[in-house]
Design a protein around this ligand. Structure first.
Ligand code: SF4
Ligand code: SF4
Length: 115
């Protein structure tokens, strides 16, 4: 993480939720898609440590086009069972990773973002 590039208040913890939810503009460009497309992104990969990486970033000459290292950019709410809501980006790291793993493993069916 290069703090000088940081645009959003919370660091990216590589939970992968954003790329599970929706394809980013770069993914849509490379896949020839025009309309907002739900994830998971085909370029999303998972390490043995359970953390996400972007295969597109690994093969692009200029991965900065993907906005990586700018902080957590997801615009999404987490809704608790009691109905209270919280900005997903602001949740504790372990909570974000656990929620993303639940989505990845099919235990949570829906992800809605503001984008
Ligand atoms: S291309 Fe990379 S950053 Fe964009 S949605 Fe896919 S995995 Fe995420
Ligand atoms: S949801 Fe936020 S913390 Fe998780 S991978 Fe995306 S940008 Fe990083």
């Amino acid at each position: 993480m290069h703090e000088s590039h940081k645009k959003y208040p919370h660091d990216c913890c590589r939970c992968g939720m954003c790329c599970l939810a929706v394809l980013c503009p770069a993914a849509m460009y490379f896949l020839g898609l025009r309309n907002k497309t739900a994830g998971p992104c085909p370029f999303l990969v998972w390490g043995k440590d359970g953390l996400s990486s972007c295969h597109l970033a690994a093969i692009l000459e200029d991965p900065s086009l993907l906005g990586i290292s700018t902080g957590c950019c997801i615009l999404s709410r987490a809704v608790r069972q009691d109905g209270t809501e919280e900005d997903f980006a602001s949740l504790p790291v372990e909570t974000k990773r656990a929620l993303a793993q639940a989505v990845r493993d099919g235990q949570v069916a829906n992800i809605n973002t503001y984008q």
